[in-house]
Write a protein that binds this ligand. Sequence first.
Ligand SMILES: [Zn+2]
Length: 93
Amino acid sequence: MIRDNPESLRWQPVDCTTCPVPDILRANASKYLEIKLTVKSRFLGLGRQKDIEVRCTRHGITLDDPYVGCPQCHEERPGLEVFQEALPQIDHK
Ligand SMILES: [Zn+2]
């Protein structure tokens, strides 16, 4: 994930020990979540800082609280699933 991000610093093993992504994935069962993790240097290179950006790929919105998940997904009922899938897919690339 980090390796695919050109804005991120080189991956280091310590990143995994403090990585919040597994926790977020445990809190959310949604398969539409897209988590972008960017590791940046702090001022003067003192330590490293992680930027987490979580989007719902289904609704194309950035989530304020990744642990809660997408509010629009929560509001939907399973019966609407077919209608949603019939809509044109949005290309995020
Ligand atoms: Zn959603």
